[in-house]
Design a protein around this ligand. Structure first.
Ligand code: PEP
Ligand code: MG
Length: 294
């Protein structure tokens, strides 16, 4: 197995119980899926579903969605799988359906695009409702700003669940959680009564806090320089989520950086989801040597 980086290279920290931590994996593709040992992680904390479909025709095929999700849920046999609804727009274009680009960073991205194109959202919802009958699936809503967006998506899921049930199709209505990646939502978690859980997307949260695009090297120093602002907001998110008694995880790239994770742990975060390549470093930090390599 690859060498595990020395834990001594990270700052000192309090020593919480080993079992208090959860380490999950982010999946960007079915190739990622094949590369990860499901027994070596606590589950899938984020499936970036927008990367699973290479054309509008694929994204509009309910059966194609079902095939992808079924593979993931079956492979993770019984471990929690968090499927994020299509986060299209911004840096994630699907030519023919949505062009993306800088303009859409502040436009119809993520859940905004889905609510504006409910036929697409309904296809994905039906596929998820069908696959959720096979295992512990939950759903993440991307780019949520207001509670009304969650209400609208919950209604859409309920309607599709009822429709499938009438047809005799086995379904399970999964819990809906939100990505915490728009500052307005991050500052008002208590208003999101319908969100069952929170997952912090530090990549977008940082870019929207600093007003500096995440993929533009010319303004990258503004993002790194805004770390103090980001951590103040993260502290507030952790406090609010714990006060509400709702699960909170971190799935942005920050969760793959051991030094940042040590700081996140000090703020009360215990649940991290990282890219497959970051699993060994995080495992070393979270002191889970018993886990096999993923
Ligand atoms: C994030 O924004 O931090 C996140 C996890 O989502 P994505 O990187 O896919 O936008
Ligand atoms: Mg994001």
């Amino acid at each position: 197995p690859p060498a595990i980086p020395a834990a001594a290279s990270v700052p000192p920290r309090a020593e919480p119980a080993v079992d208090a931590f959860r380490l999950s994996v982010n999946l960007n593709s079915l190739t990622d899926l094949d590369a990860v040992d499901p027994a070596a992680v606590d589950g899938v904390g984020l499936v970036r579903s927008e990367f699973l479909f290479l054309s509008p025709a694929e994204a509009l095929s309910e059966e194609r969605h079902v095939a992808c999700y079924r593979r993931i849920v079956t492979r993770f046999a019984g471990r929690p799988v968090t499927l994020r609804l299509l986060d299209l727009g911004g840096d994630k274009a699907l030519p023919g359906l949505i062009e993306g680009g800088p303009a859409s960073l502040l436009g119809e991205r993520g859940i905004r695009f889905l609510l504006a194109h409910p036929e697409l959202a309904r296809i994905q919802a039906r596929a998820i409702l069908r696959v959720a009958a096979l295992g512990p699936v939950s759903v993440l809503l991307p780019m949520v700003t207001l509670p009304a967006e969650v209400t609208a998506m919950a209604k859409l899921f309920d309607e599709e669940a009822a429709r499938l049930a009438r047809l005799g199709v086995p379904v399970r209505r999964p819990p809906l959680g939100i990505m915490v990646e728009v500052p307005a939502a991050a500052l008002t978690l208590d208003l999101f009564a319908e969100a069952a859980f929170f997952s912090v997307g530090t990549n977008d949260l940082m870019q929207y806090l600093s007003a500096a695009a995440r993929d533009n090297p010319a303004v990258a120093p503004l993002n790194t320089g805004s770390e103090t602002a980001l951590f103040r907001l993260l502290a507030q998110i952790s406090t609010a989520a714990h006060a509400l008694g709702k699960p909170v995880s971190v799935c942005g790239d920050l969760a793959g950086d051991p030094e940042a994770v040590a700081r996140l742990m000090a703020l009360g975060f215990r649940d991290f989801s990282v890219a497959p390549s970051r699993l060994p470093a995080l495992r070393a930090l979270l002191r889970r040597p018993a886990m096999a390599e993923g």
